[in-house]
Design a protein around this ligand. Structure first.
Ligand code: G1P
Length: 290
């Protein structure tokens, strides 16, 4: 069955970015030349997703405005012959359809995903956490969709992490079934390293069967007093096999200040226009300090 819908949770407070997130949604912060959330939306477009459901909350109107067509601005740029600038914004109108679901209470990632239940309906769907970006861009989700089709079960993205990072992620107990593919035997959200069943951590991409909604409805509050998607998946495991796809290449976590700066640098260095000069500047900076 073709996966047509994607859910992008974007309702969180963004407390790790305070004070800026008092008035600017974290998802609108730029990564080089685009807001963080645009990468997730473009990834959906590249994977054939037809409807994107963005989960928002109070104070996130800037996200809706950003994806809205700016008729006045487009008109002025057209009149002034600024074709290059026009291309930068008119591209936004060619993205898949986007709808917004309001999460009234911020009760965790599992709860955010559950808010999309009525719009997703009874079909498989993708969840993209926009803070998590991959060097391989849409290739990760494409491979996950292939894995979903081949194994006929939900798929999460995985990456091996260092012991001191384990307690920041959902961790799985793996059984290897093919190159880069594991059947998941158990899930634990943010365990202490000594309690973790492996060092394979869940990165922010999920291809889920709609049965997850039923499980999330019965999932208790977990780590951090929140309804966790990982706990919903652990429940789903009792009824359906779930798989993990281990990503290759670098992973950027734009959800922390340091991670966001690192992602900006890594992506800036790869940017055709500014990359070479940025590289010179960074080596100049580093040479000056050591
Ligand atoms: C969430 C999930 C966690 C996952 C992580 C990936 O945590 O709960 O299982 O490993 O995203 O980034 P959060 O980053 O929201 O604390």
């Amino acid at each position: 069955m073709k996966v047509r819908k994607a859910v992008i949770p974007a309702a969180g407070w963004g407390t790790r970015f305070l004070p800026i997130t008092k008035s600017v949604p974290k998802e609108i912060l730029p990564l080089v030349d685009k807001p963080i959330i645009q990468y997730a939306v473009e990834e959906c477009a590249a994977c054939g997703i037809e409807l994107i459901i963005i989960i928002t909350s109070q104070g996130k109107a800037a996200i809706e405005d950003y994806f809205d067509k700016s008729v006045g601005l487009e008109h002025i740029l057209e009149q002034r012959g600024k074709e290059d600038l026009l291309a930068k914004i008119s591209h936004l109108s060619n993205l898949p359809n986007i709808c917004f679901v309001h999460q009234k209470e911020l009760l965790g990632l599992g709860h955010a995903v559950l808010s999309s239940k009525d719009v997703v309906g009874k079909e498989p769907f993708v969840v993209i956490l926009p803070d998590d970006l991959f060097e391989q861009r849409e290739l990760v989700l494409k491979e996950m969709l292939n894995t979903f089709e081949q194994y006929n079960g939900s798929v999460v993205a995985l990456k091996k992490v260092e012991p001191d990072e384990i307690s920041r992620y959902g961790i799985i107990k793996p059984k290897k079934v093919a190159k880069n593919v594991y059947q998941i035997m158990d899930f634990v959200e943010k365990p202490e390293p000594s309690q973790a069943p492996s060092n394979l951590a869940i990165m922010g991409r999920y291809v889920l069967t709609p049965e997850i909604f039923e499980e999330l409805e019965s999932t208790d509050f977990g780590v951090g007093g929140e309804i966790q998607i990982t706990d919903g998946l652990k429940r789903l495991l009792r009824k359906q096999a779930i798989f993990g796809y281990e990503i290759e290449g670098d992973y950027y976590d734009a959800g922390t200040i340091l991670g966001w700066i690192k992602a900006t640098m890594a992506m800036g260095l790869k940017h055709p226009e500014i990359g070479p000069e940025l590289k010179d500047y960074l080596s100049h900076l580093v040479r000056g300090k050591v």
